[in-house]
Design a protein around this ligand. Structure first.
Ligand SMILES: NC(=O)C1=CN([C@@H]2O[C@H](COP(=O)(O)OP(=O)(O)OC[C@H]3O[C@@H](n4cnc5c(N)ncnc54)[C@H](OP(=O)(O)O)[C@@H]3O)[C@@H](O)[C@H]2O)C=CC1
Ligand SMILES: CC(=O)N[C@@H](CCC(=O)OP(=O)(O)O)C(=O)O
Length: 344
């Protein structure tokens, strides 16, 4: 398969390049940039010296349409313009941005503060939460790859919500992220002096991933209600942890819920349900496509606590995109994604 990466100079793009360069079924991997043409990729990323011999090319839509897959690793606001130009060609498209995830254009306008993609494009886009939407993903020509926080939160919640075991409206999703989630372009809030030895809450009740989480919860259970979702910046490069609290509707024990989760994810090679009493940390999934989950009931309060961790650049972005590509092309779901976590 021949693939292209738009936004190849960004963090999502360089992670896609790493995974696709080591993928057994990928041939050419063409690197596109909106600002550079003919510049060596290893010059942009010196850790690839003698490993990457490619140069970055200017965006060429006609050429991209003839590839097998085009990954759009570009900021929100770009792919909604680019996707209509690519649709109808040979290439299947996987968009890593938030442009095509929300089905209701009004939701996009409210949360992303910009004009939504055309409704015909939105209706063609399949939400690429790989563990939960496989049949649609296999047939899709356009994938809206999930956001990093929704991936961690939704995988942690899927069994509970689908089984209607928690009080709708009681859910609190408390998330922490490393700084690479903000992309390569530096800003004041990602400045070393502003972030090291510091912990900061941000976008309180305004995070653009809130409607994405709620949209999927409602598809699983029409009675699902708005969630409380908060995000915090942690002085580390990669990793997301979500700690989720919800009120149980029945007297479930930890053992029962643990068994439910194990059985729900028994066919999912990238979701690891931890043994009872063991809680995952971000380092234990660093550099991999895993999502590790733990669950515990508090009989005193009748509440359940679920913890999930992912590597934001892999399961939260490039890795899930490659997993979706594998599903779309009938390959083993794990092709090119067999990495052990880098530890310590
Ligand atoms: N970082 C993460 O953990 C995650 C990111 N995402 C999403 O993935 C996408 C990429 O994120 P990330 O790689 O972190 O971001 P970066 O800022 O690191 O990279 C984005 C790249 O997009 C390209 N770009 C910028 N403007 C344009 C434009 N007008 N037209 C075409 N290309 C443009 C730039 O490359 P050039 O100038 O060379 O064209 C840039 O390198 C974003 O939508 C992000 O929200 C999703 C999940 C997790
Ligand atoms: C640390 C940091 O700033 N993370 C970003 C991650 C969001 C993202 O990647 O954007 P999408 O909406 O395209 O998924 C944030 O919280 O907004």
């Amino acid at each position: 398969m021949n693939v292209g990466i738009v936004g190849s100079t960004g963090y999502g793009g360089v992670e896609l390049h790493r995974l696709l360069s080591n993928h057994p079924f990928v041939g050419d991997c063409i690197l596109y940039s909106s600002t550079l043409n003919g510049v060596s990729y290893a010059e942009q990323y010196p850790h690839l010296t003698d490993l990457s011999t490619e140069s970055v090319r200017g965006i060429q839509v006609d050429e991209m349409k003839e590839l097998d897959v085009v990954f759009l690793a570009v900021p929100a606001g770009i792919s909604k313009e680019m996707t209509p130009k690519l649709l109808g060609g040979k290439a299947r498209i996987i968009d890593l941005s938030g442009d095509l995830r929300l089905k209701d254009p009004k939701e996009y306008e409210d949360w992303y503060k910009g004009e939504a993609a055309d409704t015909s494009v939105l209706s063609e886009a399949v939400y690429g939460l790989a563990e939960c939407n496989q049949e649609a993903i296999k047939e899709a020509s356009l994938i809206a790859n999930p956001g990093c926080f929704p991936t961690a939160a939704l995988l942690a919640l899927a069994p509970l919500i689908q089984q209607k075991l928690v009080q709708p409206g009681s859910l609190i999703i408390d998330a922490k992220t490393g700084l690479s989630g903000a992309g390569r372009k530096p800003s004041l809030s990602s400045h070393f002096s502003e972030t090291q030895e510091n912990l900061r809450i941000y976008k309180v009740h305004e995070h653009q991933h809130t409607p994405e989480i709620e949209q999927q919860l409602k598809l699983w259970n029409p009675e699902a209600a708005p969630v409380t979702f908060t995000t915090h910046l942690i002085p580390m490069t990669r990793g997301i942890m979500t700690t989720i609290y919800g009120e149980l509707l029945t007297d479930q024990t930890t053992e029962e819920l643990h068994e439910l989760y194990r059985s729900f994810y028994s066919g999912s090679p990238f979701v690891r349900i931890r043994p009872i009493g063991q809680y995952p940390c971000t380092k234990e999934v660093f550099g991999t496509n895993f999502c590790d989950i733990s669950i515990k009931v508090d009989p005193r309060t009748g509440k359940v606590t679920i913890v999930s961790v992912i590597d934001n650049l892999i399961k939260g972005a490039a890795g899930q995109a490659v997993q979706n590509m594998n599903l779309m092309f009938g390959l083993e779901e794990t092709s090119g994604l067999h990495y052990y976590p880098i530890y310590p």
